[in-house]
Design a protein around this ligand. Structure first.
Ligand SMILES: CC(=O)N[C@@H](CC(=O)O)C(=O)O
Ligand SMILES: [Zn+2]
Length: 315
């Protein structure tokens, strides 16, 4: 019997964008994209059209996350279909422009792949962010990247939570993929973080080049962390936080958090324990940008995804 019967044939991925500066204070992606705009030799691949792009230039100029509203939440159907009028929020305007240039979102004209480069203040290491557990192209790509990165780790965060999923900038593409590397403070460039991001991008582009050249990728499984819940800081009746991430949890992204483990430390020295029934794997622990989002960390559960073999459809 031929294994060919189980190979999924997918469209080639010709148009690829690399976004930096979706958040204007996340310096690795901004620096890499600006570097590649000056000299793209490093990211050129046979048969690929690759566009390095600063997605929120006004926020980059000011070195702040956003001007009016978070661009990485702005790609909603309502925003994208809103008429162009003066006085709209800058990021809503910008989302419409990006959708025109790289989309339209959900259409056959959309870019094949958008890599969106982010930094976190959390100790997450290198993390690929997926929005779908059924996108075979992305599953195979992250499998390839994880293997290529070994012995260094590159983890996968899957966010397809019905309430916690948000309308990302990369969601304009057919295959959206986020790359989150930390820890790196906002507005700061760290060479180790910069180099990790650069290496992951190299492997990602290699994968796409191989795929387009007709290489078949065998069936695989991928370890992922699925977004489960958003955990807020303890707060008083005025909404002010009353506790910090506990020192035993701080920097322990991806490590198991069990019932009874310390979670927060109040300003007066009291420890607040995790009381959930199941072991979870926290991530985005103490991310600076998430104080305004009422989020101290995200809980995830581990899961193994299986992906069919893929190759390019010939026609
Ligand atoms: C720290 C940070 O900005 N993280 C990203 C994650 C993502 O791209 O999905 C965000 O909240 O938009
Ligand atoms: Zn970001």
């Amino acid at each position: 019997m031929s294994s060919r019967t189980n190979v999924s044939c997918l469209h080639e991925a010709r148009r690829v964008a690399i976004f930096g500066g979706t958040h204007g204070n996340e310096m690795s992606g901004i620096t890499l994209v600006n570097m590649w705009k000056q000299n793209s030799a490093e990211i050129e691949r046979n048969g690929l059209l690759i566009k390095p792009f600063i997605s929120n230039p006004k926020a980059v100029e000011k070195c702040i996350r956003y001007i009016d509203t978070d661009l990485n939440r702005a790609f909603t159907p309502e925003n994208l279909s809103a008429p162009d009028v003066e006085g709209r929020l800058y990021e809503v305007q910008r989302a419409k422009e990006i959708n025109r240039m790289f989309g339209p979102k959900g259409s056959s004209d959309a870019y094949d792949v958008i890599f969106d480069l982010h930094n976190t203040t959390s100790n997450m290491g290198s993390t690929l962010i997926l929005e779908s557990s059924t996108d075979l192209f992305n599953l195979q790509m992250v499998h390839y990247i994880k293997k290529a990165m070994a012995p260094h780790t590159c983890l996968v965060l899957l966010n397809e939570h019905p309430q916690l999923k948000y309308s990302t900038t990369r969601s304009v593409a057919k295959h959206p993929i986020g790359l989150e590397v930390g820890p790196q403070p906002q507005g700061v460039l760290r060479s180790n973080v910069f180099e990790s991001m650069r290496t992951i991008l190299k492997h990602a582009l290699d994968f796409i080049e191989f795929f387009n050249s007709g290489v078949e990728f065998p069936p695989c499984t991928i370890d992922v962390f699925r977004v489960q819940e958003r955990m807020d800081y303890p707060r008083d009746t005025n909404g002010n936080i009353t506790a910090m991430v506990h020192p035993h949890l701080q920097d322990c992204d991806w490590e198991p958090l069990n019932r009874g483990d310390p979670m927060f430390l109040t300003f007066d020295g009291r420890t607040i324990l995790y009381e959930g029934a199941n072991t979870v794997y926290p991530t985005f622990i103490n991310e600076a940008a998430y104080y305004e989002k009422q989020q101290a960390f995200t809980t995830t559960c581990r899961e193994i995804l299986a992906a069919n073999a893929i190759r390019k459809a010939f026609k």
